[in-house]
Design a protein around this ligand. Structure first.
Ligand SMILES: [Zn+2]
Length: 232
């Protein structure tokens, strides 16, 4: 609902918009995260070693052409707080905003990216009902708005309602998700950008990516809001 400006100004005084990371009041020109927090949150693009390690993780596992992430985890936990707000406080606009940030960063690097469809890692329908929204799908929408590529949520389905992976090691995560995804239609010859919220061990992305390859995708590149690689 769009409120008339005087009403929204009054609401702003009574209920100031807060930074989801530090909970300080946001300035009029700030959205979701204050500039101070945003500047202190590490970027994946600046982490040469972590980027190489993540690429190595997917070598020979997925036919990716590139792997991108906007944020990288750190000990200060600012990024963790942001990801927690996205996952558990039903904030689709926040997920979409991160998608736009990453999209703009990608276009600064190069004008064209080898992507036909953007496909979010799906939630199982039961989990979707519980949580109310798929944060990865909203992240995909933000990315799509900037990159001008279509989002195809229906391209991948979660056919097994997997258990939460928190605390599981890599082997157990893989056992938990390896049969969880399927693709109902052919993706013959398509280059897919598979998107998820956080990359931890890569097990979910690999399992979903393999289902896309099985359906005919020729490339499965990866975009995530944040890399937590090495932080599990
Ligand atoms: Zn802040």
């Amino acid at each position: 609902m769009k409120l008339p400006a005087p009403v929204s100004d009054v609401l702003e005084l009574v209920f100031p918009r807060l930074c989801v990371v530090c909970e300080g009041a946001l300035l009029a020109e700030e959205n979701h995260v204050c500039m101070t927090c945003l500047n202190l949150m590490p970027r994946f693009s600046a982490r040469e070693e972590e980027r190489k390690a993540v690429e190595k993780l997917f070598y020979a596992r997925l036919p990716f052409e590139f792997i991108v992430a906007y944020f990288a985890f750190d000990k200060k936990a600012r990024v963790q707080r942001l990801m927690h707000a996205i996952k558990y406080r039903e904030n689709p606009e926040l997920a979409r905003w991160v998608g736009r940030l990453l999209g703009h960063q990608m276009l600064e690097e190069q004008n064209e990216w080898p992507v036909d469809w953007i496909v979010p890692v799906p939630l199982h329908p039961r989990k979707l009902r519980q949580r109310g929204y798929n944060q990865s799908a909203w992240f995909a929408r933000g990315l799509a708005e900037v990159l001008h590529k279509p989002v195809r949520e229906e391209a991948a389905q979660r056919v097994v309602n997997t258990r939460s992976q928190t605390g599981m090691n890599k082997t157990r995560r893989w056992e938990n998700v390896k049969e969880a995804f399927s693709c109902p239609t052919s993706l013959e010859g398509l280059k897919i950008l598979l998107v998820d919220d956080v990359l931890t061990t890569g097990a979910t992305l690999e399992a979903c990516g393999k289902a896309l390859v099985k359906a005919g995708a020729t490339a499965v590149s990866v975009a995530v809001m944040a890399s937590a690689f090495g932080h599990d």
